[in-house]
Design a protein. Structure first.
Length: 107
């Protein structure tokens, strides 16, 4: 069973590359992501771990694209994406989002 999971992605510009139906991996990075990162940890101590693999994008924010728009303000706080994932993955995403910055990689 899949559920809809709203996820705040730290890089709003990366979110603008997404379209409904895309598949993404969600990666947690930063202080809260180091636990369990193991060999994925980079040279600067900035580990990362995949929190959700192959998640389907359900919806993305609308983008007006005009200078000075809400898009500019969102760039600093990230952007909210809705993903379709199994219930257990949604719980991991919620926990990771509370302690780490989240990023996406496109399939």
């Amino acid at each position: 069973m899949t559920v809809s999971a709203p996820v705040r992605i730290a890089d709003a510009a990366a979110v603008r590359l997404l379209r409904p139906g895309d598949r993404v991996d969600v990666v947690a990075a930063g202080a809260g992501a180091d636990a369990g990162a193991g060999e994925a940890q980079g040279s600067g101590g900035q580990g990362g771990r995949v929190v959700a693999a192959g998640a389907r994008v359900s919806s993305v924010p609308e983008s007006s694209g005009s200078p000075g728009s809400a898009d500019d303000a969102a760039a600093e706080g990230g952007a909210l994406v809705v993903l379709s994932v199994p219930r257990a993955t949604a719980a991991r995403l919620a926990g990771a989002g509370a302690t780490s910055r989240l990023a996406v990689t496109l399939w």
